[in-house]
Design a protein around this ligand. Structure first.
Ligand code: HEM
Length: 390
């Protein structure tokens, strides 16, 4: 059975996930007390089943987890209808596709500046110098998060997302609680300021948005902004890093991207997200008895959708274990499915479609300089650093 803590599993989870899929149905995992849905059809069904919800722990104001918990419970990601529907309609308005498309020139300029700096360095870190600053700057700009404090975002987000791993340590828990408190306090300050002094940014827009006369309450606004700031970069950084390492480690595979960066870019982006997905596991809890892949899930029972495994399902993808940057049919579920499908998918796709071709146009001979450093963990899968030579 899968050992979610094992360094071997972290370094390459795919053989163990393939064994799990071979069971042909969701499998009970005793250690974590939940079913694991590893096949594409089962993981997809978990994300779409209306009896399976994201249910966050109840909160009590005196609890040391109070800030961490409301920061999640009041965000769109951890809400279910009807609250989810209300939050989604509020965010969709503020986060509309026209705003996203209009960001392309800014993203191109930003990506150009980062690559100029990287070119001067000769050897650089694909994560710290390119993959991280791009989405951090874009989401900070979109929300109106002060540029001078952008450096706070990744550490806060990193501390918070450690809690999403299967068994966080006591230190991780303490760091996550502190980051949640500081982050919430900071965003609360911004919100108060934007209410009196609105700008054209998303925090100002969200603070002013009305849906049927109903505004977002303070906790919902803060929780949603924090979620957008975190979700708006964490998976994008890792999705780019994971895909780049896989591609650069395979000289034949990466060649089409070197030969035609713009032509191959869009299919390469989707293959990056399929082949080594940055978000691997999402849990749900049954609010009523249901059935997934022939297995009965009782009320209160947990089941996890394994996205990276689903994206390697050999019954859905031709040559599923091979990376193919020109893959035409690619129904991966790296952005999820159902009502929680990623709101930021158009933004993440736009960023990656700008930066990936730009990297290979600028550095056609880009190579890994050394063994890249993987971060421990499974749920959020990514690299600490990816040293490359131009
Ligand atoms: C490559 C980058 C990204 C990946 C792989 C990704 C993946 C996902 C996945 C799998 C979910 C569904 C979680 C679930 O079902 O429990 C999700 C939800 C979400 N994502 Fe993303 N995401 C990415 C980028 C972004 C960006 C750039 C933003 C924001 C600007 C964003 C904002 C959100 C939000 C707000 C939700 C919650 C939607 C809801 O609950 O209705 N994501 N994302």
């Amino acid at each position: 059975m899968i050992d979610f803590q094992s360094p071997e599993f972290h370094s390459d989870p795919y053989p163990a996930l393939a064994e799990l899929r071979a069971a042909g149905k969701p499998v009970w995992h005793e250690e974590t007390g939940m079913y694991l849905a590893a096949r594409h059809a089962d993981a997809n069904a978990v994300l779409r089943d209306k009896s399976l919800g994201r249910i966050f722990q109840p909160r009590t104001p005196k609890d040391e987890w109070f800030d961490f918990n409301w920061l999640h419970a009041d965000s769109i990601l951890d809400s279910e209808p009807p609250k989810h529907t209300r939050l989604k309609s509020l965010i969709s308005k503020a986060f509309n596709p026209v705003t996203i498309r209009a960001l392309r020139p800014d993203i191109e300029r930003l990506s150009g500046e980062l690559l100029d700096r990287a070119a001067e360095l000769g050897e650089f870190d694909l994560i710290a110098d390119v993959a991280e600053p791009l989405p951090v700057k874009v989401i900070a700009h979109l929300l109106g998060f002060p540029g001078s404090d952008e450096h706070l975002l990744r550490p806060w987000s990193q501390a918070i997302v450690k809690m999403y791993e299967v068994a966080p340590t006591e230190q991780h828990k303490a760091d996550a609680r502190a980051a949640a408190r500081d982050f919430a306090e900071y965003v609360h300050g911004l919100m108060v300021e934007r209410k009196t002094n609105p700008g054209t940014d998303l925090i100002s827009t969200l603070a002013a948005v009305e849906e049927g006369g109903e505004r977002l309450n303070a906790h919902e606004l803060i929780a949603t902004c924090v979620l957008l700031l975190n979700a708006g970069h964490e998976a994008s950084v890792n999705g780019f890093g994971n895909g780049a390492v896989a591609a650069l480690s395979r000289p034949v595979t990466v060649q089409p991207l070197r030969d035609d960066p713009r032509g191959v870019g869009p299919s390469a982006v989707e293959e990056f997200l399929r082949f080594d997905s940055p978000l691997q596991l999402f849990e749900r809890t049954a609010t009523a008895e249901t059935e997934i892949g022939g297995v009965r899930i009782a009320e209160g029972q947990k089941i996890a959708a394994l996205l990276g495994s689903a994206n390697r399902d050999e019954t859905v993808f031709d040559r599923a274990t091979e990376m193919d940057l020109t893959r035409e049919r690619n129904p991966h579920i790296g952005f999820g499915a159902g009502i929680h499908f990623c709101i930021g998918a158009p933004l993440a796709r736009l960023e990656m479609n700008v930066v990936l071709p730009a990297v290979f146009e600028r550095f056609p001979h880009l190579e890994l300089a050394r063994e890249p450093q993987r971060r421990p963990g499974f749920v959020l899968r990514g690299f600490e650093s990816v040293p490359v030579t131009a």
